[in-house]
Ligand binder design. Structure first.
Ligand SMILES: Cc1cc2nc3c(=O)[nH]c(=O)nc-3n(C[C@H](O)[C@H](O)[C@H](O)COP(=O)(O)OP(=O)(O)OC[C@H]3O[C@@H](n4cnc5c(N)ncnc54)[C@H](O)[C@@H]3O)c2cc1C
Length: 391
């Protein structure tokens, strides 16, 4: 089997890229380890930057988000018993974030590719050879080994994928920070208690109220790293959510309903600066991870594949490698700024298990300053709606 670009992974990075290359007339084959149902049902991101939505529209897959995306012009920070509305739209000259589940993004992109038989599910890649020449991607189709020859490999296979593992450890330039807490996330069939996302700083730990639709709530609480979802009965979870999200604000009531899913997400900041190895290019979570506060993971993946597709288009149209040669450098400039924002937002809202009273006072003072300073709030808002793309 032969193609121009082998794309590994049908997450947002791989699917956006496949559509971009298709529109540019570049052949690609996308290989995904899991089944189609598994990929579509996986519950993850929900808050999209304006740029990630605009990109979806640019590549011809914007119908769903146009119809069902919920535009959010601001966010509530709740601390010290008070609400502080950060008017993101006003502070950024009209930009917003859009609530549209990653499941829907993935489904829309898969539907767009379906008629072109260049996407394969349940085909785990087992080895990548000849990374510095014409790469050979080994995968399994119906349990039988197949080899795909290509010019380039787009490693869009997430944090645990094979693409980064193919780069010798000695050549990987890694930066990592693990946080002393995790998120317990809940997806519930309950009307959102607020139509605005709430970030709450509470003495028991951070809590977040968001939504996937007018009928489905997405909620999180900070828990210790050794906690488990099984330690929380549904009632205990709702009580804790109500306590932390209410946070002293009068008359706040959480809408309860059947819990559809709950699970723990560890918090990590991670960058592999070696985003290119021969003809393998890493994009999205394969190269970097952010803690989920600030909602940047999916959005960062879109920034990467915009640069990668520009490089591939230049290569196939003009035979030049200018963009491909500066791929890592271009992406990293934005990645580090977004890593900073995610780390900053996370550390400001989450009291660490060993936080002193002074540490907590500093968090509250930071929040108080930012919420009450137009310049401070604008800095948050500018990052929240998304920094400009390089290309
Ligand atoms: C609880 C939670 C909430 C989040 N909230 C937000 C949010 O609001 N906003 C936001 O922007 N981000 C958010 N994120 C982060 C976001 O979900 C990820 O950053 C995003 O999925 C990254 O996309 P990706 O395509 O790089 O990787 P992934 O989505 O991880 O996709 C990688 C794909 O590669 C496949 N794969 C792996 N190995 C192989 C192999 N050997 N062969 C073939 N295929 C392989 C995997 O099965 C997977 O389908 C959240 C994440 C979590 C966990």
């Amino acid at each position: 089997m032969k193609t121009d670009v082998a794309i590994i992974g049908a997450g947002p990075a791989g699917l956006y890229l496949a559509q971009m290359l298709h529109n540019a007339g570049i052949n690609s084959v996308l290989l995904e380890a899991k089944s189609e149902d598994y990929v579509i049902d996986r519950v993850r991101a929900g808050v999209m930057e304006q740029g990630a939505v605009d990109t979806l529209k640019e590549i011809g897959v914007g119908e769903g988000v146009e119809k069902d995306g919920l535009v959010h012009d601001g966010i509530i920070w709740r601390f010290d018993g008070q609400d502080h509305y950060i008017d993101v739209q006003k502070l950024t000259g009209g930009r917003s974030v859009i609530v549209y589940g990653q499941q829907s993004v993935v489904r829309d992109l898969i539907n767009a590719r379906r008629k072109y038989s260049d996407i394969h599910f349940s085909t785990p890649v087992t080895k990548i050879e000849d990374t510095h020449g014409k790469p050979k991607v080994h995968f399994e189709l119906d349990g039988k080994p197949v080899v795909l020859e290509c010019d380039f490999v787009a490693g869009c296979d997430g944090f645990h994928g094979i693409s980064r593992q193919t780069i010798p450890e000695a050549e990987q330039k890694i930066f990592e920070h693990v946080y002393p807490y995790s998120w317990l996330g809940v997806l519930a069939e309950a009307k959102p208690s607020s139509h605005v996302v709430i970030y709450s700083h509470h003495e028991n730990g951070f809590a977040l109220s968001s939504m996937r639709s007018e009928e489905i709530s997405r909620l999180y609480i900070q828990v210790n790293n050794d906690d488990s979802a099984d330690n929380w009965s549904d009632d205990a979870l709702w009580d804790e959510l109500e306590l932390r999200l209410g946070n002293g604000v009068k008359d706040f009531k959480i809408n309860r309903g059947p819990i559809l899913q709950k699970g723990i997400t560890p918090m990590r900041s991670y960058v592999c600066e070696t985003m290119r190895y021969g003809n393998i290019f890493l994009a999205g979570d394969a190269a970097h991870i952010v803690p989920p506060t600030g909602a940047k993971g999916l959005n960062l993946a879109v920034g990467d594949v915009r640069v990668l597709s520009a490089g591939l288009k230049e290569y196939y149209a003009e035979g030049k490698t200018e963009w491909l040669d500066k791929y890592a450098e271009t992406c990293l400039d934005r990645i580090w700024k977004v890593e900073r924002f995610s780390w900053w937002t996370t550390t400001m809202f989450h009291p660490a298990p060993d936080a002193s009273d002074f540490d907590v006072k500093m968090q509250l003072a930071s929040l108080n300053y930012l919420a009450n300073s137009e310049i401070g709030a604008a800095s948050f808002a500018e990052n929240y709606v998304g920094l400009p793309y390089a290309v």
